[in-house]
Design a protein around this ligand. Structure first.
Ligand code: CA
Ligand code: CA
Length: 297
């Protein structure tokens, strides 16, 4: 009898061992090593899955950037540069409802999707001569519409910060703690936007994660979000990223904005810096991302 019980226990232990040894990572839990073999689409860079430290350690950034907390972000692709005037022009040519126009032109951009300053530096619906490769500046609604048209989406704040850090830990800028005129377009040194790709890339191959133009994110701005942020793929203000993307025209709350502009002081173009603005504000840039969680690793 005792032998039979012992045999049964042995069989159960054996089965458990086989199950544990044979288990594989689930498709929606990409591992750091598994992303290395992926090839990014043209114009995008792979940001590998993994954990990073989000926020700033010192008092420089203030309350909104603290506490520093661990965040895990799934792998994704990100545009290597900010969306340009020439790229945006293709979007409005294909979508007249996002062109500039008078309020009575019902096929043109709705008044509630901008603040009256939409494409203010353009000549009608043409970008300024010689500035096709400069970043475009538009409202959050327009950025969301562009991203949808391009088959992409805006990044979350966590995705943006992880990407900006370029794999470094606890640094103020994508390359280190000090900033120089040959590294980024900031501080009024140039006095205008610069063509995308003018300055060196960061560790993930991304341009202008510091300077040139501010960049819209998906999230609702929440100053206290870091005190309560979930660990995996955080997104403030929406439970469902798919709902947000499909219902963005219903959004009225301020959105999170990252980075800073060509005229911004060094403090304002740090990778941890956070800003908010109403989604109608029409003078910020953006870049898009694509999630790749459907990939099997
Ligand atoms: Ca930028
Ligand atoms: Ca900033």
């Amino acid at each position: 009898m005792n032998n039979r019980i012992s045999s049964l226990v042995l069989v159960v232990i054996s089965v458990l061992c086989v199950c544990v040894i044979g288990s594989k990572p689930k498709a929606h839990e990409p591992v750091e090593d598994g992303t290395a073999a992926l090839v990014a689409p043209e114009g995008m860079a792979l940001i590998p899955a993994g954990e990073f430290q989000m926020g700033s350690y010192d008092a420089e950034g203030g309350e909104s950037e603290q506490p520093v907390h661990s965040v895990y972000v799934d792998a994704f692709y990100m545009d290597i540069h900010e969306v340009t005037n020439a790229e945006y022009k293709k979007f409005i040519d294909a979508n007249p409802q996002w062109q500039k126009g008078k309020w009575w032109q019902i096929e043109r951009i709705r008044r509630r999707y901008h603040n009256g300053q939409y494409l203010k530096d353009w000549n009608g619906n043409n970008y300024p001569d010689g500035k096709g490769d400069h970043p475009v500046r538009v409202s959050w609604y327009a950025a969301m519409a562009y991203a949808q048209w391009a088959g992409k989406r805006l990044p979350t704040e966590a995705e943006w910060e992880k990407a900006a850090r370029g794999g470094l830990v606890g640094k103020r800028f994508p390359w280190g703690d000090s900033i120089y005129a040959n590294m980024a377009n900031y501080g009024g040194i140039v006095g205008d936007t610069t063509p995308v790709g003018t300055y060196p890339v960061n560790g993930y191959g991304l341009y202008d994660m510091t300077g040139n133009v501010f960049e819209w994110c998906l999230d609702e701005y929440d100053l206290d979000f870091y005190k309560k942020s979930p660990y995996r793929n955080p997104l403030s203000g929406s439970y469902d990223i798919g709902w947000l993307i499909n219902n963005f025209t219903k959004i009225r709350t301020p959105r999170a904005v990252r980075d800073g502009c060509d005229g911004c002081v060094p403090h304002a173009v740090r990778v941890a810096d956070r800003t908010k603005r109403n989604p109608t504000y029409s003078n910020f840039g953006f870049r898009c991302v694509n999630g790749i969680t459907s990939q099997v690793f």
